[in-house]
Design a protein around this ligand. Structure first.
Ligand code: HMG
Length: 389
């Protein structure tokens, strides 16, 4: 039985900051951000959006009257969770008006957790072939104003429906995983911004990729020539390029050219959004599939998932017969086109508008947020959400 990604969608906010402008404001050469980091625009997240609303806005794009009845599991993957106890998935069930007969829960392991959710969902569907699983991968990447991590911020959410006979990508059974307890990036409970050992994290990312890819080659006998494209977790797009370049010498010239060309398609969306942690690999997959003119049904894709701390996995999937028809490029491109550029100083103000952490009540100004699902405030320690249309 084929099992995998049946549908996939993306949502981000209405604001972005231009990376050349941000570089100028930080007295950096714009090419450091544009080429050295590989980012053009960075999503800016207003306080009326959190990991729950971003996920709901993404998921609403792929829910239909039919699949609503088949989804019996909702998995919320995030490292920007809004509560230590209650899962974001329970809020999603209610905001999206999904049937109450679902199991809803949250998973966490830095940027890796959506891949954990995907693998678990595939195993679950193998036992329950008539069911579907909704996965959301939703995060807001925050390092702080003026520090080295700043140009690698961003935010948004991916939603995916996992089922048998998937319309987009059927996963193959073999994968290789690696876990090692390292301190490259983490966020203590008291912190709203990540702690990071930036250069070390980049080295570990490439080391983990080299190790899981070598293990995959050894396990399966496959080489780079077996892949039409590789998609990477992209905290910033230069990171994936570094990992790809670390293995390209293993390939013949034609394979190198193909993988490089497909990498360019796979980073287009990430270059104009930034990091969305759990969703970044899947935004890259979406970018590849919606921008490619060369990939064909039957092609094999390799996917590298990395979550600091650290857990990584290399796995593969086969493109399905009508994968192009199942995608939503017009919807995503219209969302990108409607975004509004903000100045660096407006971005800084929006970044600093954090919700109170002392339990006080707050009512947010919703007049600027065009999203379907918004956070309206906090009352009696409870987040208040609204569906605007
Ligand atoms: P930095 O130290 O300011 O930058 O921070 P740099 O000096 O290393 O320069 C960056 C690149 O720009 C270098 O290229 C420079 O040569 C180049 P590289 O050597 O890397 O190929 N450069 C230029 N290029 C063209 N023209 C110029 C120019 N000037 C310089 N004029 C750093 C960079 C990424 C360290 C920082 O932004 C950071 O700490 N980011 C956050 C950490 C991160 O994203 N790590 C990625 C791996 S860990 C991961 O992926 C997991 C994560 O998503 C979290 C999770 O799992 O939850 C982060």
């Amino acid at each position: 039985m084929k099992i995998g990604i049946d549908q996939i969608s993306f949502h981000t906010t209405q604001y972005f900051v231009d990376m050349a402008e941000l570089a100028q404001a930080r007295n950096e050469d714009p090419n450091k951000y544009l080429i050295g980091i590989g980012q053009k625009k960075m999503a800016v997240i207003p306080s009326t959006q959190d990991s729950v609303t971003l996920a709901a806005n993404a998921a609403a794009k792929i829910l239909t009257p039919t699949n609503r009845q088949q989804i019996d599991t909702v998995i919320f993957a995030s490292e920007s969770g809004i509560d230590q106890s209650k899962s974001g998935a329970v809020y999603l069930q209610s905001l999206l008006a999904l049937p109450q007969q679902v199991r809803a829960f949250e998973v966490k392991q830095a940027c890796y957790s959506a891949t954990a959710a995907l693998q678990l969902a595939c195993g679950y569907i193998a036992l329950h072939p008539d069911k579907k699983v909704l996965i959301t991968a939703s995060d807001i990447a925050r390092y702080g104003i003026g520090n080295a991590g700043e140009p690698t911020q961003g935010g948004g959410a991916i939603a995916m429906i996992i089922s048998k006979d998937p319309k987009i990508l059927a996963l193959e059974a073999e994968s290789t995983v690696l876990t090692e307890n390292i301190m490259d990036f983490w966020r203590p409970n008291y912190a709203t911004e990540a702690k990071v050992d930036g250069h070390y994290s980049g080295h570990m990312y490439v080391d983990f990729f080299d190790e899981v890819f070598a293990a995959y080659r050894q396990k399966t006998g496959m080489t780079l020539a077996n892949f039409a494209a590789l998609a990477f977790h992209l905290p910033y797009t230069k990171m994936g390029l570094k990992a790809l370049r670390s293995v390209l010498p293993q390939a013949d010239a034609g394979t190198q050219q193909r993988l490089m060309a497909n990498f360019e398609d796979s980073r287009q969306y990430n270059q104009i959004v930034g990091n969305l942690y759990t969703g970044s690999l899947y935004l890259s997959l979406l970018s590849l599939l919606e921008n490619t003119n060369t990939l064909q049904p039957g092609d094999r894709l390799g996917l590298f998932s990395y979550g600091s701390g650290a857990v990584s996995e290399f796995y593969t999937g086969i493109l399905q017969a009508n994968f192009k028809a199942a995608l939503l490029p017009k919807l995503h491109q219209a969302m990108f086109a409607a975004r509004q550029q903000v100045t660096v100083s407006t971005y800084e103000q929006l970044f600093q508008q954090q919700l109170p952490t002392d339990g006080s009540t707050v009512e947010l100004d919703l007049s600027q947020d065009p999203a379907q699902f918004v956070l309206t405030g906090i009352d009696a320690h409870q987040r208040q959400y609204r569906k605007q249309y």
